[in-house]
Design a protein around this ligand. Structure first.
Ligand SMILES: [Zn+2]
Length: 356
């Protein structure tokens, strides 16, 4: 049985057929799905979905949702984690992290609604020359349209990492309601604001002794720096896309590395090399559905112009994605299944309570 360690089953893309999607995954051999949350408004739904299908969930605020998030969401997350701390389905704090690739809307402009923000790696797949879907200027659209808004607004890492070694100017934002220490920095998808939410949530993971599910995008070093200062019990670096050295640094901190649809693209040379060579006990599998469609679901700009929609990724794709990883590693699919299932349970301890 497979475990999809990262599926946004709460995403609006599944509104029409959510139960059927989950059933198809089960029929494909995916026996358990971890549903990470992206924003406060989604927490009740990910909990309900996990209960409905016998799956598990994580609670958190995704970095690309920080422009719309409130400072008070951290207190709400604390309360939610406290309320559910004995819920066996709560397996992590997530999805949290830093995204220094996607650019948010310019400051002062209207922020997208919660549901419109990308909670995905999709733009990084499309935007990196060596990784993934057809190169060129085209932007993913169709099913992935909502996820590309961020990237197409900015199209560059405008929200880059903090300059130099300086820490974000906590409380320096003049327009924040309170000028207290630890106040929320400014607005928009800027590095300081993302870092504030990330650090706050790492502290919560530590307080509740929970692993974390990390969104990593041009941000490995900054994520690692915070983890070294505030160690947690490990977790998953989801849709990992860093270097071999960065991978090892996460492994050294007790993390597993999540691989999904991006690895199915021939052009994803570095990612495929990592999937092939990283220690077997460091790998977990995921789909990030409905995002990061594997190559067999991806449609080109020409195909979309001709009316063929972008393919929607689902958890049912996991075994086929796994087959690609097994082939890259030259190992039997069954062995990869056994290893990655065990690895998922090691990374997210709460999964041990569920049949797999
Ligand atoms: Zn995600």
């Amino acid at each position: 049985m497979w475990i999809d360690t990262h599926c946004h089953l709460d995403a609006p893309e599944f509104d029409a057929d959510r139960d059927a999607v989950r059933q198809q995954a089960a029929q494909a051999g995916v026996g358990h799905v971890v549903i990470p949350a992206v924003a406060r408004a989604h927490w009740p739904q990910v909990i309900a979905l996990a209960e409905r299908h016998g799956d598990s969930y994580a609670l958190g605020i995704h970095p690309l949702y920080t422009p719309a998030a409130q400072e008070s969401d951290i207190a709400a997350l604390h309360a939610m984690l406290a309320e559910h701390r004995h819920d066996p389905r709560l397996v992590a704090v997530g999805e949290i992290g830093l995204d220094f690739f996607a650019a948010g809307p310019p400051q002062g402009k209207e922020q997208p609604p919660l549901g419109a923000a990308s909670h995905t790696q999709w733009a990084s797949v499309g935007g990196m020359p060596a990784a993934g879907p057809p190169q060129g200027k085209e932007q993913p659209s169709g099913g992935a349209a909502s996820h590309t808004q961020w990237a197409s607004v900015g199209g560059m890492p405008a929200a880059g990492p903090p300059q130099g070694k300086e820490q974000p100017p906590r409380g320096a934002a003049s327009h924040t309601q309170r000028a207290s220490v630890g106040a929320l920095p400014v607005h928009g998808l800027d590095a300081a604001r993302q870092t504030w939410f990330y650090e706050q949530q790492i502290a919560l993971a530590r307080e509740f002794d929970l692993p974390v599910i990390l969104h990593v995008r041009k941000s490995s070093d900054q994520l690692l720096k915070v983890l070294r200062a505030t160690p947690v019990v490990g977790g998953i670096a989801h849709a990992f896309n860093g270097s071999a050295q960065q991978a090892q640094a996460f492994i050294d901190l007790g993390f597993k590395l999540g691989f999904g649809g991006a690895v199915t693209y021939d052009r994803a040379l570095k990612l495929r090399a990592l999937a092939a060579t990283l220690p077997l006990d460091s790998l977990v599998l995921e789909t990030d559905a409905p995002d990061i469609p594997p190559h067999w679901l991806y449609t080109t700009a020409e195909q979309r112009a001709a009316g063929q929609p972008q393919g929607r990724n689902t958890s049912a794709e996991l075994p086929r994605i796994a087959a690609v990883v097994a082939q890259l590693r030259g190992m039997a699919l069954q062995d990869l299944q056994a290893a990655t299932t065990a690895n998922a349970r090691a990374a997210l301890r709460g999964l041990k309570g569920f049949a797999a």
